[in-house]
Ligand binder design. Structure first.
Ligand SMILES: [Zn+2]
Length: 77
């Protein structure tokens, strides 16, 4: 099972459908099992769907990674 940081790094590709089938399944499974990541994912998906329609301005996911790290830290310990 991948860690939250890895999932966060893959989320943009996941949303863009650029992952392999295996990676896609891993992200999907992680989101099912990790509520903090799922919350972030749903937020990002909404944002990126809007962005993708106009300019596809996908910047480095550092903010997303930081957010997931913070949320998952609260979630675990
Ligand atoms: Zn997670």
């Amino acid at each position: 099972m991948r860690r939250c940081e890895e999932i966060a790094a893959l989320l943009y590709q996941y949303i863009d459908r650029e992952l392999s089938d295996e990676e896609y399944r891993e992200v999907r499974q992680h989101l099912d099992e990790c509520p903090p990541c799922k919350d972030v994912f749903q937020l990002e998906e909404n944002v990126l769907t809007v962005v993708a329609k106009c300019c596809r301005n996908v910047s480095a996911p550092q903010n997303l990674i930081d957010r997931v790290r913070r949320l998952s830290a609260e979630h675990t310990e």
